[in-house]
Design a protein around this ligand. Structure first.
Ligand code: GLN
Ligand code: ZN
Length: 772
């Protein structure tokens, strides 16, 4: 190996929010004007320095580019937008420092809508969507990249800048408003590649030995291109980039999925290393066996992503070591890595003092994963004998986990195994419609999605209760008052179907995780969701069951206060899984069935308590859709099946609603139909009801509530505006099928705007009813 090779241990990226969310606090203080840009930069620099030092302490070599430089103030795609100078034309008038411009793009200001945000591949992380047109003027802005590299060097660390690669960048971009008909951002690839070449030259001049370019587009079937087309674009881009003389060594990364079919072609590009996700993805077995993979990797290192960057379990080191050994034996220069950037896992298990010690011993957050990489690298260098103690320790932990109480509970498994098609099938839609007449729901019925504003008062009461400052009786009393207030308010506004408002919920998944057996919650397990926002996913570690009803007393109380129907409100099985860290020792479908059965019992109890409409939210149904087309049918089959198992016990007269948080439906419209919910609410206001056309074409016969009020902004939509949207929908969908509701829950909104907007919504529904 030459001196310039990557050392044997690296990771694809590390969380940047800080162990105690220091970055969130600093960024939000800067936005609020409480600290200066200089102070924010200072905090960020300290965080970066602490990260680098920690990575070296955990076992990554300080030299050779093993330490990734993957900091971001807000989002890595937005970082690339700034580095490429690709500021959309509509922001042309924005002035200020680079960082101010960056935040204006992310968050908008009085005169500018922010960049749209969308989920990053199949994760719950959101990126800021680049807007590109024929006129976008690209120009390299390497300042931030070069500055961070310099900081690292001063610390004695030879870091490896991480940048979203050109093909992925353009495939994630959308055509800017005003771009020509049919314009595709990818048509600007060659120009963008030229700007990347300038960035690389600047990094080389600043002493960078390696750079990592992330190309997860390589593993997705959900983009505008086929995989073959994506690979061809990557070949074109890196053929050109690799030819540049002034550049650091290039590592192309293909995280989040299976790039096995592309691996040999990637290795033949003029780049020095290729990373493959070997957790979600696999190795091309035939090419490995016949030596052609090794031949392709001649002169190129393979970063084998054997440590899972999407989950929080300790890696089976013996299995990973065997994979690494097979690569090395085949003659491939192998580096130990992670499947993807560790930005999707929390910092450190050691921070979870309150977690059950046994459970804690099974876990690996980012820091533990770095240690695992380092151990595996030692095994690769010195032979497995050298790490036998560590391998044996992991064997012991995995055996302990496997045999632990609660991981497998016979009664739960027997019940899940016995659930069949009949349990997933309700009586026909037509019979249900008939049976539900008694609910007296008018055409164009008005409702909301569930939550009402989570005020500071609610959050304070919850915090006081958690800290033990108020007792359960006081907290319950507070919540009942809140529910009574929300019910009275909805009656006053004139909504037809009411909700209890969800004041008791800290989060739509964690609330249930805390009440179900088989889950644990963390204290500091924060993971960036977008910008300064982070979530704390629960850990689903064992067989799931419901020791007691979870929502019944709140819903029943709300229903007792009104003659109008109050919707029971549950989070669906797929969303509970999607927004938790789930066990990796059985298929997701098995876990989903267990969660579904717990929800099924909850629905039965709600109905017994007098609730006649139950909403089961599945906002994450689309998010978990595999990137790999070959896996999509199986996923839709089990995920739809889990929803049907949860709701299948409801009698014909019980109306089941669901809520999906998005309107990009095309790909999964059959699956949405397959949920067999009586009513589905979706986001539609911002796209001006784009979704009703495909629904109409599909012959969708169920109840549908396309949102007429965009709750993502404090703006109050007027009566006319909402009337217009309802009319657009009513032109395609019969009134009896159509519901009138906001796009999503109201928890992030303030009361003034909520009341005004809902009042207008009810008036708009009345106006359109009068036209019929
Ligand atoms: N019922 C939930 C709410 O209103 C739904 C939230 C969501 O779709 N993310 O808050
Ligand atoms: Zn929603």
């Amino acid at each position: 190996m030459t001196a310039a090779s990557l050392p044997l241990a690296t990771i694809a990226g590390y969380p940047r929010i800080g162990r105690r969310r220091e970055l969130k606090r600093a960024v939000e203080a800067f936005w609020a004007g409480r600290i200066t840009e200089e102070q924010l930069q200072q905090t960020a620099a300290e965080l970066r320095a602490a990260t680098r030092a920690r990575l070296v302490e955990l076992g990554l070599p300080a030299e050779g580019g093993a330490v990734p430089e993957s900091f971001s103030f807000y989002d890595q795609v937005l970082d690339a937008t700034l580095a490429l100078g690709a500021i959309p034309e509509r922001f042309a008038g924005v002035t200020g420092s680079d960082l101010e411009t960056y935040f204006t793009l992310a968050r908008g200001d009085k005169a500018h809508q922010p960049l749209e945000m969308t989920k990053w591949f199949d994760t719950n992380y959101h990126y800021s969507v680049p807007e590109i047109s024929e006129r976008t003027a690209f120009s390299a802005n390497p300042k931030a990249l070069v500055a961070q590299l310099g900081e690292a060097r001063e610390q004695g660390i030879e870091a490896r800048p991480v940048i979203v690669g050109p093909v992925t960048y353009l495939l994630l971009a959308k055509a800017a408003d005003g771009a020509g008909e049919g314009f595709d951002p990818v048509s600007r690839l060659d120009e963008v590649v030229a700007v990347y070449a300038e960035l690389l030259a600047a990094l080389a001049a600043a002493g960078a030995t390696w750079v990592q370019l992330d190309e997860p587009a390589l593993v997705s079937d959900s983009l505008r291109t086929t995989r073959e087309e994506t690979l061809a674009l990557v070949e074109r881009a890196y053929g050109a980039l690799g030819a540049g003389a002034d550049r650091p060594r290039i590592l192309i990364a293909a995280p989040y999925g299976d790039a096995s079919a592309a691996l040999a072609r990637l290795a033949k590009l003029p780049v020095e290393a290729v990373q493959a996700d070997l957790v979600r993805g696999s190795l091309p077995t035939a090419e490995l066996a016949d030596g052609s993979l090794a031949a392709a990797f001649e002169g190129t290192q393979l970063v084998a992503g054997v440590v899972d960057g999407r989950n929080i379990w300790r890696t089976d080191l013996r299995e990973a070591a065997a994979t690494l050994r097979s690569l090395a034996d085949a003659g491939i220069q192998t580096v130990v890595g992670t499947s993807n950037n560790l930005q999707h896992v929390p910092h450190d298990v050691a921070d979870e003092a309150k977690l059950d010690a046994k459970l804690r011993s099974w876990l690996a957050f980012a820091d533990q994963k770095v240690e695992q990489v380092a151990v595996l690298a030692r095994g690769l260098a010195e032979g497995e004998e050298a790490i036998e103690a560590e391998l044996a320790e992991v064997d012991r932990v995995l055996a302990d986990r496997d045999a632990a109480e609660g991981v497998r509970v016979d009664a739960i498994r027997t019940r899940a195994a016995a659930a069949g098609d009949a349990d997933r099938t309700r009586v026909s839609e037509a019979d249900r419609r008939e049976a539900q007449h008694g609910l007296n729901i008018p055409a164009l019925a008005t409702t909301t999605i569930g939550s009402f504003p989570q005020t500071a008062e609610i959050r304070n009461a919850r915090a006081s209760f958690v800290r033990g400052e108020i007792d359960e009786a006081a907290y319950d009393g507070f919540l009942r008052e809140e529910i009574a207030r929300v019910i009275a308010l909805q009656e006053e506004i004139g909504l037809d179907v009411l909700v209890h408002g969800e004041a008791e919920r800290n989060d739509m998944v964690q609330y249930f995780a805390e009440l179900l057996d088989g889950f644990a919650v963390t204290e500091h397990g924060w993971v960036q969701s977008y910008g300064s926002r982070a979530t704390r996913p629960s850990i689903l570690w064992g067989d799931v069951s419901r020791p007691a009803p979870m929502t019944v007393r709140w819903s029943a109380y709300a229903q007792s206060l009104t003659e109008r129907p109050v919707k029971g409100m549950l989070t669906g099985p797929v969303t509970i899984l999607a927004w938790s860290f789930v066990r990796d020792d059985q298929p997701l479908s098995d876990t989903a069935s267990q969660v579904a059965l717990a929800l099924r019992d909850e629905i039965a109890d709600l109905v017994d308590a007098g609730i006649s409409i139950v909403q089961v939210d599945e906002p994450a149904l689309r998010e978990l859709l595999p990137l790999d087309r070959d896996r999509q049918a199986a996923y839709l089959d089990w995920s739809v099946g889990a929803f049907r198992l949860a709701t299948g016990g409801a009698g014909a007269d019980v109306q089941i609603h669901t809520h999906l948080c998005y309107s990009e439906f095309g790909e999964i419209i059959d699956a949405v139909d397959g949920l067999d919910a009586d009513v589905t609410s979706i986001e539609a206001a911002r796209s001006r009801m784009d979704v009703v056309e495909p629904l109409g074409d599909h012959g969708y016969s169920r109840g549908i509530g396309p949102g007429v009020y965009d709750i993502h902004s404090p703006r109050v939509p007027g009566v006319d505006e909402q009337t217009e949207l309802i009319r657009i929908a009513a032109a395609r969908i019969p009134g009896e099928q159509l519901w009138v509701n906001p796009d999503c829950g109201l928890k992030t909104r303030g009361y003034d705007e909520t009341v005004a907007s809902l009042t207008n919504l009810v008036l708009a529904a009345k106006a359109v009813r009068a036209e019929a």
